[in-house]
Design a protein around this ligand. Structure first.
Ligand SMILES: Nc1ncnc2c1ncn2[C@@H]1O[C@H](COP(=O)(O)OP(=O)(O)O)[C@@H](O)[C@H]1O
Ligand SMILES: Nc1ccn([C@@H]2O[C@H](COP(=O)(O)OP(=O)(O)O)[C@@H](O)[C@H]2O)c(=O)n1
Length: 223
């Protein structure tokens, strides 16, 4: 059996990681793994169990009962905790506001990294596009294709606030800046690590960004 080709994609919030990675996976006929969804689902679970997200010990204690499942088919993407479909619930501003506190706990990162590697190992496609904050550096540092997807902060904020109707652009922008600042104290996703290719989507539209990612994949993985 040939080994699955891993495409590792990191970047800050609103850079296009999820949407671009999903579209690239679809075009390649490969699997897609959204790692942020696991951090979000754990945050949702902590809130649902009425635990304090800032209480690391309580969050660590909850890990063995965290029954997480995610689809890796880009066309039928769903996130479950137990038998509850949380695909929508994990995107609310309430969950987004607590996710950085959960993600900074080293035991949480180790637990979820193990889970991601299991999912990657058991994929039945020729390749998998995995996106997050530490995929090129921690989860899959040996991936044959490693990409940092960036865009200027103002552009990222504008994209995000266009998605979240009902929230002011200033509020969305401030929340995004605060989350990036907190997250980047834990892992560096603003600077490309050695031999990681940067794709800057500031002046690219969505399709051009997908094209740019596919080109990096084709060049690095010869597909
Ligand atoms: N190059 C691009 N040009 C315009 N809009 C984009 C581009 N890339 C992504 N988007 C849009 O920006 C929004 C945020 O993208 P998303 O994939 O959720 O980012 P991330 O996963 O990095 O937070 C989405 O609505 C997406 O469709
Ligand atoms: N590999 C990853 C992915 C996400 N995360 C955390 O999970 C949160 C949500 O990730 P996400 O990718 O869904 O966020 P967006 O960039 O899509 O808004 C981030 O703000 C990080 O705190 C992480 O720490 N490591």
């Amino acid at each position: 059996m040939t080994e699955t080709i891993v495409v590792a994609v990191d970047g800050p919030a609103g850079s296009g990681k999820s949407s671009v990675s999903k579209a690239a996976a679809r075009r390649l006929g490969w699997a897609y793994l959204d790692t942020g969804a696991a951090y979000r689902a754990l945050s949702w679970y902590v809130v649902a169990r009425q635990l304090d997200p800032a209480d690391s010990a309580a969050v660590i204690d909850a890990l063995p009962d965290f029954d997480y499942r995610i689809g890796t088919d880009p066309d039928t993407y769903h996130v479950f905790v137990g038998d509850r479909d949380v695909t929508e619930a994990i995107r609310t501003p309430e969950v987004t506001a607590v996710v950085s506190a959960i993600a900074r706990v080293p035991e949480v990162r180790a637990f979820l990294t193990g889970l991601f590697r299991d999912i990657i190992r058991t994929t039945d496609r020729d390749g998998i596009v995995v996106e997050g904050r530490d995929i090129t550096t921690v989860v899959c540092p040996d991936a044959p294709v490693r990409i940092l997807l960036t865009a200027d902060e103002a552009v990222r904020m504008a994209r995000r606030s266009a998605e979240l109707t009902g929230h002011s652009a200033a509020h969305v922008g401030e929340a995004l800046r605060r989350r990036d600042a907190a997250d980047s104290r834990v892992v560096d996703f603003m600077n490309a690590a050695d031999s990681v290719t940067t794709v800057d989507s500031t002046d690219l539209d969505f399709d051009q960004t997908v094209d740019a990612v596919i080109q990096v994949v084709q060049k690095a993985a010869h597909v």
